[in-house]
Design a protein around this ligand. Structure first.
Ligand SMILES: NC(=O)c1ccc[n+]([C@@H]2O[C@H](COP(=O)([O-])OP(=O)(O)OC[C@H]3O[C@@H](n4cnc5c(N)ncnc54)[C@H](OP(=O)(O)O)[C@@H]3O)[C@@H](O)[C@H]2O)c1
Length: 320
């Protein structure tokens, strides 16, 4: 079968189309004929080689979420899965292939009206956005700032905060055009990357969901209202400054909170329940998906070039 592997860490050109034997599902696993493969930020980070210290090696097949038809099951798996269209989490590898293996615990049937492309756009980002807002104890009526809103997690956070009755949903983004698109998804105020701009934007926020971190993190933390909560979900802008802790302590009397959030700490049953609910909402047209582009699997290199160039608004999806 066709697959794409990272033959050399670094530039997108290190990705290559290879031939692999079709896999056989082991006990507890299913085999999926892929119809859509999500291109995630983590695939890009792994390709750059910066996670080599965590055991990633050249030859790695990236990709962590796919959707398609179950064509075979391993021992112990209900054979009624065969023929069903599912979304699947494949872990940190194994997605960029024609036929993927997933544990039966990590697959979910797709509602009839949800396309495989939409499923791999929503599957991980929607769940992360939901639990990040929950981790921040977001409540209706509160003001929310989403930092790094133009990525797949940010887009879902904007939509969920708006649907959840936020009093205001401010976003940071690098262009007016992206700001307009975010407004259509529920943003009420558009700020630039440094937090400036945004006519009539709130003076302070009850909740900040931060996908960026980096040097500006302290100035955003300072935008929290008393009892406000900032939750760091990603670090696309790098580490915060070493004295970030001092900023927090300097604001002692405002009772503000800072937390990190990783979906790794959410129980599988809870992730499943939220994904099921979100897939149903998307299939009813209540949760629009933002697909940047659909490209053939053979075009994984241009897909990664676009990711590197920061051109992507929403999700790039590959099809075998
Ligand atoms: N916590 C979890 O459980 C979890 C799960 C999955 C992934 N993640 C993390 O989430 C992140 C990826 O999320 P994503 O795919 O939604 O993000 P993304 O698309 O990589 O980035 C989000 C947006 O941030 C802006 N941005 C990029 N670089 C920036 C910089 N240096 N300074 C300021 N803004 C910048 C860009 O928008 P503009 O150009 O419009 O500003 C970009 O679209 C990664 O850090 C990943 O590790 C976390």
């Amino acid at each position: 079968m066709k697959a794409v592997a990272i033959q050399a860490f670094g530039r997108p050109e290190g990705l290559a189309l290879i031939d692999l034997p079709a896999p056989t599902p082991a006990e507890g696993q299913v085999l999926i004929a892929n119809e859509a493969i999500g291109v995630g930020g983590v695939d890009v980070v792994i390709r750059r080689g910066v996670l080599a210290g965590y055991g990633f090696k050249e030859g790695h097949v990236p990709g962590s979420e796919v959707a398609g038809i179950v064509t075979a099951v391993g021992d112990g798996v209900d054979t009624s899965w065969v023929g069903q269209r599912v979304w699947a989490f494949t872990g940190v590898s194994g997605g960029y292939v024609e036929q993927a293996i997933a544990s039966v615990e990590h697959i979910l049937p797709l509602p009839a009206n949800l396309s495989p492309v939409d499923a791999v756009t929503l599957g991980s980002s929607g769940m992360v956005a939901h639990f990040a807002l929950a981790h921040a104890h977001f409540a209706p009526g509160e003001s929310v700032l989403v930092r790094g809103a133009a990525g797949s997690i940010g887009i879902m956070t904007v939509q969920l905060a708006a649907r959840g009755g936020a009093g205001a949903v401010a976003v940071t983004t690098s262009s007016a055009e992206r700001g307009d698109r975010l407004r259509k998804l529920g943003a009420t105020h558009v700020l630039d990357r440094s937090g400036e701009g945004g006519e009539d934007a709130p003076e302070g926020y009850d909740v900040i969901i931060d996908i960026v971190a980096g040097a500006d993190m302290p100035s955003f933390f300072a935008k929290l209202n008393p009892n406000g909560r900032m939750v760091a979900v990603g670090m696309v802008g790098g580490q915060p400054p070493a004295d970030f802790g001092m900023t927090m302590m300097a604001a002692f009397r405002k009772s503000m909170s800072f937390a990190t959030f990783s979906a790794d700490t959410v129980a599988e049953a809870d992730r499943r329940a939220v994904r099921t609910e979100q897939f149903a909402a998307a299939s009813r047209g209540e949760l629009p998906m933002v697909v940047h582009e659909v490209l053939p699997l053979e075009e994984a290199v241009p897909a990664h070039r676009k990711m590197d160039a920061g051109e992507v608004f929403g999700r790039i999806v590959l099809t075998p």
